[in-house]
Design a binder for this molecule. Structure first.
Ligand SMILES: Nc1ncnc2c1ncn2[C@@H]1O[C@H](COP(=O)(O)OP(=O)(O)O)[C@@H](O)[C@H]1O
Ligand SMILES: [Mg+2]
Length: 326
């Protein structure tokens, strides 16, 4: 369990054409579907990071949700991540840095991704929580990423970004207690995804998926299994909830949104008029409470005792529900 297998190493050797000198496990993948590990290849100075997926369909999900549906969604997520690294990562730049993919391969449900090692590029710091100024580093990354893909329609990524969107979470919806959030789940989801301004979302922009330089002034992102279409504010709401203390979130959400939209405004393409940029920004800002409510809906069905269900997310949800009733 959670080990790097000889088969995985052979696969890396075959695809890179070089013997693997040594390896160290970073973490096993969700539900032991494979491993993420660092590898040193013979005669290459820079180490690489390998994400090797070798799913075992017999495996049981820790929360008992294991189903074919869950398995298929996971396998598809790894395929979409490969598509992202092959086709969209090359468009990213220093203001929304993503490691390059050096080699990629698939074999049925199994897949292999060999990435540049961000630690080797100076992104050696990881955090579980962030101060406000550190969070701004990620907000800037998100603004640049969302601006880069504004109005891009790509049918090879998820039609809706994020792992919790309603279309793929019907079992969790059924499990939810009856109430206004459950009743309005579809209206909230539609409100978010029917916005005229769509981009490509990271889709799992929690703090654990960002790697920082030592002085916490730059970041790069990993983990693109849930990239897909949507308004950028979905990533922002999910990120802030993952990274900030409840106190900072309570006192400084507006400050964070202001910074994000300021950077977004600066990074949006010049082909957009000032008026269009302003419309986009005011529409996405108004969707913030809906993004919070939509994530709350997922948590309430999936894990009703989850620590992320706090009084703030409940307040945002209430605001979204109030707006629906207007
Ligand atoms: N290219 C990379 N360089 C350095 N570290 C990486 C790289 N890719 C992943 N990691 C580290 O490994 C962790 C797990 O990778 P990730 O793709 O997020 O897998 P999972 O889907 O299991 O969350 C990341 O949180 C990050 O710390
Ligand atoms: Mg991750």
């Amino acid at each position: 369990m959670g080990l790097i297998t000889p088969e995985q190493i052979t696969w890396v050797e075959r695809i890179t054409g070089r013997p693997v000198e040594n390896t160290s496990l970073i973490q096993s993948l969700w539900n032991d579907y494979g491993a993420c590990f660092r590898a040193k290849l013979v005669n290459i100075d820079a180490p690489v990071v390998v994400k090797c997926v070798t799913p075992n369909p017999e495996a049981k999900h820790p929360r008992g949700w294991q189903s074919n549906h869950g398995h298929n969604r996971k396998v598809r997520s790894f395929q979409i991540e490969q598509y992202f690294y092959g086709n969209l990562q090359p468009l990213t730049h220093l203001n929304c840095q993503v490691p390059r993919s050096l080699y990629a391969d698939t074999d049925g449900d199994a897949s292999l991704l060999v990435l540049e090692d961000l630690d080797h590029l100076g992104f050696t710091a990881r955090r579980n929580t962030l101060s406000l100024s550190e969070a701004c580093v990620v907000l800037k990354w998100l603004a640049n990423f969302h601006a880069l893909f504004i109005n891009t329609r790509d049918t090879s990524v998820w039609p809706q970004g994020g792992y919790w969107h309603l279309a793929t979470r019907q079992a969790e919806l059924q499990a939810m207690e009856d109430g206004p959030l459950k009743k309005n789940a579809k209206v909230i989801s539609d409100r978010l995804h029917n916005t005229p301004y769509s981009t490509i979302l990271h889709g799992d922009a929690k703090v654990a998926n960002f790697c920082f330089n030592q002085c916490m002034t730059q970041c790069a992102a990993v983990d693109f299994q849930y990239v897909g279409q949507g308004p950028g504010i979905i990533d922002v709401a999910y990120f802030l909830g993952s990274a900030l203390s409840e106190k900072d979130l309570d006192e400084s959400t507006d400050f964070c949104l202001d910074r994000y939209f300021e950077w977004l405004g600066q990074a949006l393409p010049e082909t957009m008029s000032q008026g269009e940029k302003e419309t986009l920004i005011s529409q996405w800002r108004a969707l913030y409470v809906f993004a919070c409510a939509d994530f709350h809906r997922f948590l309430a069905g999936w894990s009703p005792e989850h620590w992320k269900i706090n009084s703030l997310i409940a307040q945002q949800t209430q605001q979204a529900l109030n707006q629906l009733n207007k």
